[in-house]
Ligand binder design. Structure first.
Ligand SMILES: NC(=O)c1ccc[n+]([C@@H]2O[C@H](COP(=O)([O-])OP(=O)(O)OC[C@H]3O[C@@H](n4cnc5c(N)ncnc54)[C@H](O)[C@@H]3O)[C@@H](O)[C@H]2O)c1
Length: 419
């Protein structure tokens, strides 16, 4: 039996009434686990003491100074501490810098009077090392979440689960828990190695996306089609993994997580230059897109101020409904600042209400031929598969395509600009 604890009563109510609030998890799947009495949700944290294992997966955002905000992790650790009992396994899954589990979570939990001393272990001999040492009062580990929302090729169970712990006993217990669900677990020699592995995965993406964005800007000046170049390079059967340029980074992971490491690196007087540079290149992309809109309108003897612009796709990536850190929102903000009248369409995001950084107060407009003809510019920010790109190009006066979504459209190429 799994119990979901959340401080948000709306999420608890939704689950308890059999409704999913995450698009790629169906309500039927929720109803099924309720029917089989495998799951329940609650806001009553007193129930934590009944749990054999507690997995913490709360937000780890950046604060207004772009520094790690561990307040959710700390307050959850406090809630767990209040109910902690001997023999419980606690696992942190939130993405964070190396050291969070043993420097932040462990001292909070140990305020209970129960102890879980940090002790090194080797992955090869973890069992014998555990047998030679006294058992801690409770067990503590870190295991990063690895999700690719909207990717139909993997189920959660098929994605190998990295596990690292503060001592050998915790490593064994955490691995046993995850082995019951995941097809493969990968034990590493500390919670810090597990924390760092997640950051490496995300920094790898962030840096490579920045690299390809920079090469796109150069290719434009050299009159070379970067998309053609990537397709050609991708035929190399080894040593190359394609990344694609776009309007900027989005999502709650790639634009944020690398800065958790930059912040921690300062403690070691170590500059993380790749991360800073990638951040600089990627965060300049929305302004580059907006400049391209302005120049394309110029060439049509129009000005951005006063122009009607339709943004297609505000989710941060294809076929999902998540707008967190979406570059489309930044583009909309910049367009508005320059005096454009902005509307949007997104089949997965019916309205844009109040968000942490933005407040557009807009509803997704219908995508009829008449509507398309009414805009000075249609900007493809996210390449949802539901869009009929052929028709969009046909009916629009000007299409700014940040994702090469119109690659297969053979007519009216003179209307398409790829910034
Ligand atoms: N969503 C993903 O695909 C994904 C993938 C990899 C890593 N992560 C990491 O997982 C963590 C969570 O991400 P998310 O996307 O699930 O965030 P989210 O904001 O969608 O969900 C977090 C939940 O935690 C709840 N919460 C906040 N404080 C709490 C507390 N004290 N006690 C109990 N519940 C509390 C919130 O109400 C919310 O429902 C982050 O560190 C993120 O970087 C997420």
């Amino acid at each position: 039996m799994t119990t979901g604890f959340d401080i948000d009563p709306k999420k608890v109510e939704s689950l308890e009434s059999g409704k999913s609030y995450i698009k790629h998890i169906s309500s039927e799947a929720i109803q099924e686990v309720y029917a089989e009495k495998q799951f329940r949700a609650t806001s009553d944290f007193a129930g934590l003491s009944e749990m054999d294992a507690v997995i913490i997966c709360v937000p780890t955002p950046l604060d207004e100074y772009r520094q790690p905000d561990l307040s959710y992790v700390r307050s959850t650790a406090e809630a767990v501490r209040a109910q902690l009992r001997p023999g419980q396994l606690i696992v942190l899954e939130s993405t964070t810098y190396p050291g969070t589990t043993d420097e932040e979570v462990l001292p909070i939990l140990e305020k209970s009077g129960l102890h879980c001393p940090v002790a090194s272990y080797t992955t090869e001999d973890v069992l014998s090392e555990a047998m030679e040492s006294p058992s801690p009062d409770f067990f503590l580990a870190f295991s990063p979440e690895r999700e690719d929302p909207g990717n139909p090729n993997f189920t959660t169970a098929q994605i190998p689960k990295v596990v690292g712990a503060v001592n050998a006993h915790s490593a064994l217990v955490a691995q046993l828990l995850y082995q019951s669900v995941f097809e493969r677990t990968v034990l590493v020699s500390s919670s810090r190695a597990a924390e760092m592995s997640k950051l490496l995965e995300n920094i790898y993406r962030c840096v490579n996306i920045a690299l390809v964005n920079e090469l796109k800007l150069l290719s434009q000046r050299m009159n070379i089609d970067i998309w053609e170049v990537i397709a050609a390079a991708s035929t190399k059967p080894f040593g190359f993994h394609p990344f694609y340029p776009g309007p900027g980074l989005g999502g709650h992971c790639i634009p944020i997580d690398p800065f958790y490491l930059s912040w921690k690196a300062r403690e070691y007087e170590f500059p993380t230059r790749f991360i800073e540079l990638a951040g600089e290149v990627n965060s300049a992309m929305p302004a580059h897109v907006v400049q391209s809109v302005a120049e394309s309108l110029d060439r049509r003897r129009k000005t951005l101020a006063g122009a009607r612009v339709l943004v297609l796709g505000v989710a941060y990536k294809r076929d999902i409904d998540d707008t967190r850190e979406s570059p489309a929102l930044r583009i909309m903000e910049l367009l508005q600042r320059r005096g454009a009248s902005v509307e949007y369409n997104d089949p997965h995001v019916p309205s844009l209400g109040k968000m942490r950084k933005y407040e557009f107060g807009l509803q997704s407009v219908p995508l009829t031929p008449e509507m398309l003809r009414g805009y000075d510019c249609v900007l493809i920010a996210t390449d949802h598969t539901a869009y009929d790109y052929d028709r969009i190009v046909k009916e629009s006066a000007l299409v700014i395509d940040t994702r090469n979504a119109t690659a297969k459209v053979t007519h009216s190429r003179d209307k398409i600009v790829r910034p």
